[in-house]
Write a protein that binds this ligand. Structure first.
Ligand SMILES: C[S@@+](CC[C@H](N)C(=O)[O-])C[C@H]1O[C@@H](n2cnc3c(N)ncnc32)[C@H](O)[C@@H]1O
Length: 276
């Protein structure tokens, strides 16, 4: 047999060996998956049912605290706030009795704040939504709950503006009710799938200008990297104190100690004058 014949035989043998090796490897992988997959699925579903049970318990606690019938609140979780976060809002309002509350991102949290205002008559709530559709839905739910008199829902569409020399898509500053300072700012909007992961950064400027010294800002979604970086900046660069609360999406409450920012933000949009 010629050298070429030997070489061809060798190549064929090598290919056969590779095919056998690949089949064994696939078989081993499938066996391992067979063993691990049901365990992983069961662990995942166990974790998720524990989380669901916990939120059901929190929802029940929330209804009892607000003296509501089960079903009185719109659906929670997902885009809406989770019951554990809503209970943190109840804690804060009952402990600190804020008179003026600014909420970024309307929804079930606005209804909870409305019920709280019904009990603490001195509280006025200003809720911001970037979409008329969701603002209108919240207004209708506030009316159905009989607490519309306590909550004003403003639409502030997202607009590109400059904050601390950076262009950001955020609520149109000129549409925000900033004629007076707030005791509490609740940050649960705008959605970062529209603004990017650090899309809520302008809150730093908002707190500098519109949160009174001694006031608090509370973040939902505090486990996300974007929120964590905003919280770190408020603490490190602006002297806020940080208190972490237990909530499935993460919740952090910060208290302002420094004086408000002196410098006006650089509002660059056409015809837009800087806020007073
Ligand atoms: C995180 S949500 C605010 C949730 C609100 N704080 C609550 O407790 O229900 C932020 C914004 O997402 C928008 N949004 C609400 N539900 C949505 C949905 N199902 N799909 C897309 N956007 C939604 C609304 O404009 C809302 O202001």
């Amino acid at each position: 047999m010629s050298i070429i014949g030997w070489l061809l035989d060798a190549i064929v043998l090598l290919l056969l060996a590779l095919i056998v090796y690949k089949q064994r490897w696939q078989k081993n992988m499938l066996e391992a998956l067979d063993e691990r997959l049901p365990r992983a699925i069961s662990q995942h579903s166990q974790k998720s049912s524990i989380a669901t049970t916990r939120q059901l318990e929190e929802l029940l606690r929330l209804c009892l605290r607000l003296e509501l019938q089960p079903g009185a609140l719109p659906p929670t979780r997902g885009y809406a706030a989770s019951p554990d976060f809503l209970n943190v809002l109840v804690d804060i309002v009952r402990e600190r009795q804020p008179e003026r509350v600014l909420e970024l991102g309307s929804g079930v949290s606005s209804i909870v704040l409305g019920y709280l205002a019904e009990q603490h008559q001195a509280m006025a709530i200003f809720s911001i939504d970037h979409q008329e559709q969701y603002a209108e839905e919240t207004r209708m739910r506030l009316s159905a709950a009989g607490v519309a008199g306590h909550v004003r829902v403003h639409v502030a569409p997202l607009r590109e503006q400059t904050f601390f020399s950076e262009r950001k898509l955020w609520y149109d500053w000129s549409r925000l009710p900033l004629d007076n300072e707030y005791d509490l700012i609740v940050v649960d909007g705008p959605p970062i799938d529209e603004t990017g992961s650090k899309g809520r950064e302008p809150v730093i400027e908002l707190c500098g200008r519109a949160l009174r010294v001694g006031g608090q800002v509370v973040f939902d979604d505090a486990y996300r990297p974007g929120e964590q970086s905003i919280i770190a900046r408020l603490a490190e660069e602006h002297g806020y104190t940080v208190s972490e609360r237990v909530a499935e999406k993460g919740c952090v409450v910060l208290t302002k100690h420094s004086t408000p920012l002196a410098q006006a933000p650089d509002q660059v949009a056409s015809g837009q004058s800087p806020p007073p």
